[in-house]
Ligand binder design. Sequence first.
Ligand code: DX5
Ligand code: ZN
Length: 222
Amino acid sequence: MSVRIAPSILSADFAHLGRDIAAAEAGGADLIHVDVMDGHFVPNLTLGPPVIRAVKRVATRPLDVHLMISNPDPFLKAYVDAGASLLSVHVEVLPHLHRTVAAIKELGAQAGVVLNPSTPVSALEEVAADLDFVLVMSVNPGFGGQTFIPRALDKIRAVRDMLGRAGSRAFIEVDGGVDLTNIAAVAEAGASVVVAGHAVFGQPDAAAAVRALRAAAQGMGA
Ligand code: DX5
Ligand code: ZN
């Protein structure tokens, strides 16, 4: 299966983001995944538009910005202006999801909606046709380096089926605990973008780690 690999800078060295992003790109990273956390929706704090603007200056791949924040609507423009090409928001915090998705698209970014592990696939049925992508969380969001929740594989298949029924062309992204042991199964289940934090930046050589993930995704082993 051919997948796009999106290394998550959450596990990179924040004092050397440019160096680490360059290494991941040298290994063939397709996107750069940026995790925004507000200490409210998730129990952790990370970064915001100023850091994304700086990352945008050095990255050569599109920025895939994942908003784990309680109140994303007032900040969508700031994130797109800072450099997000893909922007995803959590369904769990959005009573007016249809409006939010439309707003992201109007700003010129690809619009994604994220499902926490406990959120049913049916939460997206009514907006499926409007989405550019669905992000399936395979850990509870908030931290890098957690263990992949096996049930996520069934969830990916269920999202794929739901999108098919809705006639949606949205692709599926998977985030959390993806590594050499499970990336092939994640791709096989229907993911076309996989996020990898610890499996890239937690390794001694980020470029080699991206290459190993791609080989594993294609069933060629590490
Ligand atoms: C988790 C974040 C992930 C995280 C993935 O809340 O959304 O993007 O960085 O890291 P790993 O691949 O280490 O689980
Ligand atoms: Zn993420």
